[in-house]
Write a protein that binds this ligand. Sequence first.
Ligand SMILES: Cc1cc2nc3c(=O)[nH]c(=O)nc-3n(C[C@H](O)[C@H](O)[C@H](O)COP(=O)(O)OP(=O)(O)OC[C@H]3O[C@@H](n4cnc5c(N)ncnc54)[C@H](O)[C@@H]3O)c2cc1C
Length: 172
Amino acid sequence: MRRHASSDLAVALVALAATVRLRGNDGERVLPIEDFFLLPGERPERETVLGDGELVVEIEVPRSAAASRSRYLKVRDRASFEFAVVSVAVALDVEDGLIRAARIAAGGVGTKPWRLPGCEASLAGARIGEAAFRQAAALAAVGARPLARNGFKIELLKRTVLRALADLGEMA
Ligand SMILES: Cc1cc2nc3c(=O)[nH]c(=O)nc-3n(C[C@H](O)[C@H](O)[C@H](O)COP(=O)(O)OP(=O)(O)OC[C@H]3O[C@@H](n4cnc5c(N)ncnc54)[C@H](O)[C@@H]3O)c2cc1C
């Protein structure tokens, strides 16, 4: 895990499966917002796929059942004007008490909004409720590699996922 935070909006848009329209000298392209952000790689100064002269001209959030059952939870050091230490956006598509699909993205744990596919897979097909939420949250940090002084984020991420899901569960 790295130190940089992702913006609040970016994390929420990833959970909501938004698309971004880019316009440049060579025309337009539309891509999932998830693919808009880059990992540092060999060009760490490039945070997005934007080319020279290219602009973001539209962001579309698709209408979906999951969007109407979604939450953004931000944990921060100060009450205002502060980036997230950890943040979590969750969106659940639920029918008759069963979770049909889940999308979960986290901020503050990587250099871009971080999807949590293990949590999503664990929730898909489960009955909405505490047991499913706990099982999913336990998987939130699988594969995470903390740096020297941010190991606390592993536990914080799991707890933030659990709380965001629990908040959503109350909407059931
Ligand atoms: C003290 C402080 C606290 C903050 N806390 C938070 C926080 O808690 N959560 C959070 O999410 N953010 C936080 N921010 C960041 C703040 O939200 C950013 O400043 C904002 O997201 C960027 O908007 P801007 O208008 O400042 O950027 P701008 O200066 O307008 O743009 C930023 C960059 O994007 C480029 N750009 C602008 N428009 C486009 C476009 N259409 N297409 C392509 N490129 C474009 C610009 O060229 C520039 O390089 C904080 C900032 C400060 C200073």
